[in-house]
Design a protein around this ligand. Structure first.
Ligand SMILES: Nc1ncnc2c1ncn2[C@@H]1O[C@H](COP(=O)(O)OP(=O)(O)OP(=O)(O)O)[C@@H](O)[C@H]1O
Ligand SMILES: [Mg+2]
Length: 289
């Protein structure tokens, strides 16, 4: 199977994200196509992971059904797409028709464990996004309760970790507080569901938008692109966890001395294959919920 890196459609392309192409259907609706593109350190690799876009879309669709919160989904079945989109078979399973929301430019990150950029920040300052954490945490330590660590969505360059106060400046207090509560709620619900399946949801991020005056979940939720899924059986505080997510790619990049400062290198076949195995593994676990 070839990786689908791009797609040509007779629609207006509004935005090309790192993974998704967003097209306008009309003033109220969008077509969101998840390609097989993959990124690390906010840069897209020249080669993709064949079928990854389908896996991400199916995982998100499943969670949108489980998580009882308003979301952007209108239609997931290509057979019900308007003509001629229902004839574009390359869209199958990787495409959704969604409500066109006004995006809130914040990545709503929830961390139950300290790892990644959070671990880096903690080691330097003892806090994450302005939240002071207890002394003596180790890599991958569980936090006493999940914390909300927002990041500002920077269309150019890296997303930037910000304090909650800074988020309040951007969105206003009411929205900031609401997004924080909803994000922690969804994280906790998903954490409990996955824990029973032998998976630790270490952290995750959500995006929200406003549609008809209502806050809704947009983009993707609880996928291996947006979350860290650790294998419970092998979890050990102080050690880099075994995971079903993009960490494998990040680790490979670090091992060859690339951390996003230049254009992304090609991913070797065995890294592509192993990543696909990991994505398929978490997909089958989430499908069984
Ligand atoms: N229902 C929606 N309404 C409006 N925008 C949406 C909706 N769902 C997703 N988006 C936006 O579409 C884009 C999806 O592309 P993708 O997930 O590849 O982006 P990304 O690489 O995560 O982020 P960026 O947009 O910063 O490149 C994101 O910018 C996301 O915010
Ligand atoms: Mg995204």
């Amino acid at each position: 199977m070839e990786a689908i890196m791009n797609i040509e459609l007779p629609l207006k392309l509004l935005h090309k994200g790192k993974v998704r192409n967003m097209y306008e259907i009309d003033s109220e609706t969008l077509l969101l196509v998840a390609t097989d593109r993959v990124s690390a350190f906010d840069r897209v690799f020249p080669n993709g992971i064949p079928g990854k876009g389908k896996i991400l879309t199916q995982i998100s669709n499943k969670w949108f059904k489980i998580i009882n919160y308003p979301n952007h989904i209108i239609e997931t079945d290509i057979e019900n797409f308007p003509e001629p989109l229902n004839k574009y078979f390359e869209l199958e399973d990787r495409t959704v028709i969604v409500k066109k929301a006004k995006r809130i430019d914040i990545e709503c990150v929830v961390r139950g464990f300290i790892i990644g950029s959070g671990w880096k920040e903690y080691k330097e300052s003892g806090s994450v996004c302005g939240i002071k954490l207890p002394k003596g945490l180790k890599m991958a330590s569980k936090l006493s309760e999940p914390i909300f660590t927002p990041a500002f969505k920077n269309d150019k360059g890296h997303d930037e970790n910000i304090t909650f106060e800074r988020m309040v400046d951007i969105t206003g207090y009411e929205i900031a507080n609401k997004l924080k509560d909803i994000s922690i709620d969804i994280y906790t619900k998903a954490y409990n569901i996955l824990y029973d399946k032998g998976i630790i949801l270490a952290d995750t991020k959500f995006e929200f938008g406003i549609y008809n005056g209502e806050i809704i979940l947009i983009d993707e939720i609880l996928t291996p692109d947006s979350s860290r899924f650790w294998v419970k059986e092998f979890y050990k505080e102080g050690e880099s966890p075994v995971s079903y997510d993009k960490q494998f790619i990040r680790d490979y990049c670090i091992s060859i001395g690339w951390e996003g400062d230049t254009d992304a290198p090609s991913l070797p076949d065995e890294i592509v294959k192993k990543t696909l195995e990991k994505y398929n593994e978490i997909y089958s676990i989430i499908s069984s919920i």
